[in-house]
Design a protein. Structure first.
Length: 438
């Protein structure tokens, strides 16, 4: 049995080395391919995660089960030439997240099946999140740490059983590592202005660790507890409509110092999107071993798609009937089915028009798989391939990629240009994480 490489994050951090890893939380094909290409080119591990609402036993909003998602990623890796041993898959917010309307018995039955399927599929990083209330919890009383930990330990026991099943099929299967705790908005992004966001209190963090450790050991899960490598905390960062709340290490000083009291744990930071590479590096230096990022990656892909659409508009001036009208098609899809953006975007009609396109929360990512949007995207690519990407408009709308094309480092093909724009964002995380040292 191979040891889980992600445990090296803890070893490196505790030896005084500022080494971590970024976690790409996305099912966007351009993002996945960019992540895998960087791993291949750097010969370094990568971590790709799916959330409980995105991928579950029923398909989630992506239409993929955990097994499907793994096969999707590995198929991309085979096309690209990335060694599958470099790829670590994670499950995020695994618990009763999407069935909170059900009573505990039914909600936890769903959650048990969810975590079982993730571990059995070979996911090697599992975030157990039982922090949300279910239907028969008192809506007026804070959910106790003991209840959260008890439910979490119940799911951990299922994970252990699923791993033993997997091991019978594959004796070399890597043991999963676990993350506990939740100090973040719901998966998908915050719905307000984050004005109430606070850095996790040291006593709350330590109590989370203590109650989870007791709950695990009460169930005889000492071995599984030894595989818990991280705790989710709020270090004072959050992506939002207009960018992000920037990391302030002075405000998080006491919290960050407290991780030194635990030899086997690092922090996991969610919603690190849009932090500068210097702030990301500070987070890793201060004890955040895992940097979760999602919208910033799909936002970069969206930026590139819009840049290509603007190029097409310039190149097809006077021939508008031949153009893809990609941006307008995306807008129509979002207006036709507003459920994925309506509660996140606020303002008058003009402000909403702008946010649907340019909000850093990037709710447009949910509409990229729409058949009409996909058809417009294919037409956009076909038009640019047929005409050839004009260097003048490439320089205007994607200057970094223009330089790479001129230097012979990048092909002027739509898909390659999009992935390279995503890699600009990935590079900032690699600067911060030093994950090639894992």
């Amino acid at each position: 049995m191979a040891e889980n490489t992600l445990k090296n994050i803890v070893k490196k951090q505790k030896s005084g080395q500022s080494v971590g890893i970024y976690s790409a939380c996305s099912s966007n094909p351009f993002v996945i391919e960019a992540v895998l290409e960087k791993a291949r080119d750097d010969n370094a591990v990568c971590l790709i995660e799916s959330t409980a609402n995105q991928v579950d036993q029923n398909g989630g909003y992506s239409g993929m089960t955990p097994k499907d998602f793994k096969e999707f990623v590995l198929a991309k890796a085979a096309e690209i030439g990335t060694d599958p041993k470099l790829i670590y898959l994670g499950g995020d917010h695994l618990g009763p997240l999407t069935v909170q309307n059900l009573p505990e018995k039914e909600a936890m039955a769903y959650a048990r099946q969810l975590v079982h399927d993730y571990v059995k599929a070979g996911f090697t990083k599992i975030h157990i999140d039982t922090s949300m209330k279910v239907a028969d919890d008192d809506p007026n009383v804070r959910l106790s740490d003991e209840t959260i930990a008890r439910r979490g330990a119940e799911l951990a026991q299922v994970c252990e059983e699923a791993y033993q099943e997997l091991k019978k099929e594959n004796p070399d299967a890597v043991r999963p590592v676990y993350i506990v705790g939740s100090e973040v908005p719901i998966p998908g992004g915050a719905t307000g202005d984050n004005s109430g966001m606070q850095v996790t209190k040291v006593e709350d963090f330590k109590n989370t660790v203590a109650t989870f450790e007791k709950a695990f050991k009460d169930k005889g899960l000492d071995t599984t507890w030894a595989d818990v490598i991280g705790v989710v905390v709020q270090p004072g960062v959050e992506e939002k409509d207009a960018g992000c709340t920037e990391y302030d290490r002075a405000k998080a000083k006491e919290l960050m110092a407290s991780i030194k009291d635990f030899d086997n744990l690092v922090f996991e930071g969610h919603s690190t999107d849009y932090q500068t590479k210097y702030k990301l590096r500070e987070l890793v230096e201060d004890g955040v071993g895992i940097l979760k990022v999602g919208p910033a990656l799909t936002y970069a892909a969206r930026e590139a798609l819009f840049a290509l659409a603007y190029m097409e508009e310039m190149m097809f001036h006077g021939r508008e009937d031949e153009a893809s009208h990609f941006i307008d098609t995306l807008e129509k899809a979002m207006l036709k089915n507003p459920k994925n953006w309506a509660k996140h975007y606020h303002g008058n009609e003009d402000e909403l028009w702008f946010k649907r396109k340019f909000s850093f929360s990037d709710r447009s990512r949910y509409y990229m798989p729409d058949p009409d949007v996909q058809a417009a995207m294919k037409k956009l690519f076909a038009n640019l391939e047929k005409e050839g990407v004009n260097l003048a408009v490439l320089s205007q709308f994607m200057p970094i990629q223009y330089t790479k094309v001129r230097e012979g480092k990048l092909e002027a093909k739509p898909e390659e240009l999009i992935k390279d724009r995503v890699k600009n964002t990935i590079d900032e995380y690699l600067y911060a994480s030093h994950q090639d040292e894992l």
